[in-house]
Design a binder for this molecule. Structure first.
Ligand code: CTP
Length: 442
């Protein structure tokens, strides 16, 4: 047989000696308890890809909580939280690193009198329950075999050949979120599903598997996808796999037009980020909510976004943006005077503005929205309420009115700095005084 691949060098090279020695110690303590521990899932995949890993997951053949307690007894500074009913434990090390431990469920009794399945099937069975071959590899951390790759479903080959492949034909039926996970790995890694997995996706979509999934879970997976910098490829993949009706509640009315809009939004986002490097970060997913769902009719839009259970603030911001965007859009197809334009656009968030900028293929609209984004979105008045008080205006509603009028004067270009602002204030005070004098008393 081929020599078993060993990842110990990668563990040290990519993760450093501190994590390596933690893993080795874990393996040793497990062995002393007659358990075996393995590194599993995304962290093995990332080791092979030479990619960064966030969470490190360990599967234990045996009771993970018992192992965690034993480790804590040896390292008093180690924080351990244990969930006995799930057979899981989390180890938090002083530097902030976390290891998640789970028990592979080996106590599988085929019939009441039968013996439990042998222990060594624990890790295999655990891997079999996972989503894709590239996530179904394990690495031994048992002392004698530390670093040895366990790859029963040929995940390493699929990694090399850039393939997302499910382990069995019911995978997407058992867990429909895996369909979106497959897309996430495709886009993030630049991989593709193999033909069989893709057929299984189509089949699962046809069987309406998503109807069993809560909106909140759907959104959770979706939000990861919307955060990736591949919105156009995502949109194309969602079209190919007939997923738009699932996500929107109805198919795309005009796929070509929709695609062109997404492409423009990708450009708008890139433009914004290039131009305003220092500006507050615009969240991609907020833009994509507006672009991907913003053409639905009101009732459906509300229903969909409610089902996603977005935080209340996000929900109302998205709904408000879409409403404002629709109001502004048709009017901006013609050149508007600066103040009308300002009033139409200032209620929108930056994500809403970028969606609007991409909404139509219309230069006049684009010029007006981009002008607003560049020069007026973050408009600061040259004078504050305090400045007006210093000019002799008493505290009260009059200050607010004057500031609003000053804003308009700035937008229209009559006021450009503090000096012209002060002149403008004096003039408007004089004008209102003479206006008051000319009114008959009473
Ligand atoms: N998993 C699964 N089915 C799911 C979710 C997760 O089989 N629906 C398994 C996979 O083996 C995955 C592991 O659980 O590798 C951990 O899941 P998660 O942390 O969500 O994914 P990672 O693969 O670690 O990916 P990431 O790098 O995005 O964290």
């Amino acid at each position: 047989p081929a020599p078993r691949r060993n990842l110990a060098g990668r563990v040290r090279g990519q993760w450093g000696p501190a994590r390596e020695s933690r893993l080795r110690e874990l393996g040793e303590v497990a062995a002393s308890l007659d358990m075996r521990a393995y590194l599993v899932g995304g962290s093995v995949r990332d080791l092979l890809l030479n990619a960064q890993t966030q969470d490190v997951d360990i599967v234990v053949e045996g009771e993970a909580p018992v192992l965690a307690r034993q480790l804590q007894a040896r390292n008093p500074e180690l924080q351990v939280s244990v969930h006995p009913s799930f057979g899981t434990a989390t180890l938090s090390f002083p530097g902030g690193e976390r290891l998640d431990l789970a028990s592979s469920r080996v106590e599988h009794y085929p019939s009441p009198a039968a013996l439990p399945r042998v222990e060594s099937s624990g890790i295999q069975a655990d891997l079999w329950r996972r989503d894709f071959t590239i996530n179904a590899m394990a690495m031994h951390i048992h002392p004698e075999r530390f670093g040895e790759l366990l790859d029963p479903y040929h995940g390493a080959t699929d990694l090399k050949e850039r393939r997302i492949r499910v382990l069995h034909s019911l995978s997407f039926i058992e867990d429909p979120t895996r369909i979106l996970r497959a897309l996430r790995f495709e886009l993030r890694l630049g991989f593709l599903m193999d033909a069989m997995s893709e057929r299984l996706v189509r089949n699962a979509v046809h069987l309406d598997v998503f109807s069993q999934l809560s909106g909140a879970r759907l959104w959770r997976e979706l939000s990861y996808l919307l955060d990736l910098p591949h919105a156009l490829a995502l949109s194309d993949r969602l079209s190919e796999l007939h997923l738009w009706p699932v996500l929107r509640g109805e198919p795309l009315a005009d796929p070509a037009r929709f695609r062109a809009r997404v492409a423009r939004a990708v450009d708008s986002l890139r433009w914004y980020r290039l131009l305003f490097r220092a500006a507050p970060e615009v969240a991609g997913w907020r833009l994509w909510i507006r672009v991907f769902w913003g053409d639905l009719d009101d009732a459906r839009l509300r229903q969909r976004l409610r089902e996603f259970q977005l935080p209340a603030r996000e929900l109302s911001a998205a709904l408000s943006d879409v409403e404002k965007l629709r109001q502004a859009r048709s009017r901006l197809l013609k050149p508007l005077d600066p103040w009308t334009r300002y009033q139409l656009l200032s209620p929108l968030s930056m994500e809403g503005l970028l969606a609007l900028l991409s909404w139509d293929e219309c230069e006049i609209l684009q010029a007006q929205v981009s002008e607003f984004i560049q020069h007026q979105y973050d408009l600061r008045l040259p004078l504050s309420g305090k400045d007006l008080q210093a000019l002799g205006i008493p505290r009260g509603p009059r200050i607010g009115e004057l500031l609003a009028q000053l804003r308009r004067a700035v937008v229209e270009g009559h006021v450009t700095d503090r000096e012209t602002a002060k002149q403008w204030i004096r003039q408007s005070l004089q004008a209102s005084e003479s206006h008051a004098r000319s009114q008959p008393p009473g």
